[in-house]
Design a protein around this ligand. Structure first.
Ligand code: KE4
Length: 432
């Protein structure tokens, strides 16, 4: 199935670039990694999105994670409309926020208290400030390939040596802002032990994606996370699980339930907002008590706990808590991965795939990567050819070889079979 020449998308992209930097409000949307013109989405429903030319795609990005119940779910829209009719924002506490906070505490027992914010970046930025305030220490450890939003202290690439402090990975971030950020290799226990041996008394926190999704999907080893937990406890540092992507995505209890590790703080976003601006950070009561107005660590937000966003998130979490939701979703995602791997093999294409719950990785490589270096060794050009061959066949993959993909409960077997059929044709095309 090929599509007529693009019209409206190119028109809109040209117009957008005149008034918005790069024509997008978030860089990855610009298709610069895969080339070509980004699709301007006009509407979405269930597993589908439609672009400005009216072309339909099976959506495997799901707004980068939030749309786990599918687009425009009737129950979610009804909840949003009902809340909106009662007003959009009050800048005052509401019962809905209390109920939502109680729901989060019930779903993630490691969270004893929680604060709602409006984006994942705000959640991680606040969690780091809180960790630094609660411990009185400045240093933080993150891992190359993990993304935690765009707060200054986190826009850091690995220094020349593993233990040198991070260098800013963005202009506009003064070196003194990142001088306390140590960047280590993901899944490298020796580097972690070495960092704590040398600086344990100065480390406020370790922040990690317990299953990485921002360098494509890379699973943490049990040993890596257990070592991290032990070292933080021994040295009085706080362990922050950034579950903005994995929370309520990889399992009902997030990645922390899969690894049976109790972090000191957890950050959440995406799924908990159901597509609206809602994120959160929470954890140990003694640590959260350091936050204003109780304690000395300041954090605030005009739209924090916004009633309409909370209604959207609540309706979404009510749906994901239904019996069998995660089991069904994981099984379907596994069947998609199996189908893609099978098609790659049949076409002798060096692709493989992996999934955890309804988050999946598709790698232009013969091995499932377990490190940032292995991800970087993937054949990006080959991925890009496959990406466009799939796009032409009505399947919208993440527009980067280094991003995870997402399946919703509305992607039933018939829809996923269409994805596998498109892959059959796409692999055949790029094999020519
Ligand atoms: P936001 O500020 O984009 O809501 O969340 C930042 C964030 C924090 N932590 C993790 C683990 C995340 O994955 C993210 C955001 N993820 C990207 C997807 N690669 C958002 C997409 C984008 O930047 O447009």
């Amino acid at each position: 199935m090929t599509h007529p020449r693009m019209g409206r998308n190119e028109e809109l992209f040209a117009r957008a670039q005149r008034c918005i930097p790069g024509g997008v409000n978030s860089p990855v949307r610009a298709f610069r990694s895969v080339g070509g013109t980004p699709r301007f989405i006009a509407r979405a429903q269930g597993p589908y999105i439609w672009d400005a030319d009216g072309r339909r795609y099976i959506d495997l990005v799901g707004s980068w994670g939030p749309m786990i119940v599918g687009h425009a779910h009737p129950a979610v829209l009804e909840a949003v409309n009902r809340a909106a009719r009662d007003g959009l924002s009050f800048g005052a506490p509401t019962e809905a926020e209390v109920e939502f906070a109680e729901r989060l505490l019930r779903m993630l027992p490691s969270i004893e208290q929680v604060r709602l914010v409006s984006s994942g970046t705000e959640a991680t930025m606040s969690a780091i400030r809180l960790a630094r305030g609660a411990t009185g220490r400045a240093k933080l450890i993150k891992f190359e390939g993990c993304y935690h939003g765009h707060a200054d202290a986190l826009l850091v690439k690995a220094g020349s040596g593993a233990l040198t402090f991070g260098n800013p990975s963005s202009a506009g971030v003064p070196p003194e802002t990142t001088q306390h950020t140590i960047v280590l290799d993901y899944n490298d226990c020796e580097q972690l032990k070495d960092a704590f041996d040398r600086m344990g008394a100065h480390i406020a926190c370790v922040i990690v994606e317990p299953i990485a999704g921002n360098m494509n999907l890379v699973r943490a080893s049990e040993e890596f996370l257990q070592t991290m937990r032990q070292l933080c406890s021994r040295h009085g540092a706080l362990l922050i699980f950034d579950e903005v992507m994995t929370g309520f995505r990889v399992a009902r209890g997030g990645a922390q339930s899969l690894y049976a590790i109790v972090p000191d703080l957890t950050t959440l976003g995406k799924v908990i907002g159901g597509g609206m601006p809602l994120a959160a950070f929470g954890g140990r009561r003694d640590v959260m008590a350091q936050l204003a107005p109780l304690g000395p660590v300041y954090q605030a937000g005009t739209l924090s706990g916004n009633p309409v966003a909370v209604a959207c998130g609540r309706a979404t979490l009510e749906l994901v808590e239904q019996p069998g939701f995660y089991e069904t979703l994981a099984a379907r995602t596994q069947s998609l991965v199996n189908g893609l791997v099978q098609e790659a093999k049949e076409h002798r294409q060096a692709f493989t795939a992996d999934s955890v719950g309804s988050m999946f990785g598709l790698y232009s490589s013969l091995q499932v990567p377990r490190s940032f270096a292995q991800v970087m060794a993937c054949d990006k050009e080959r991925f890009n050819r496959f990406f466009h061959a799939m796009l032409e066949r009505g399947v919208y993959l993440a527009p980067s070889a280094f991003e995870a993909g997402f399946v919703s409960i509305q992607h039933d077997e018939a829809v996923l079979a269409q994805v596998v059929q498109a892959a059959h044709e796409a692999f055949s095309e790029i094999s020519r």
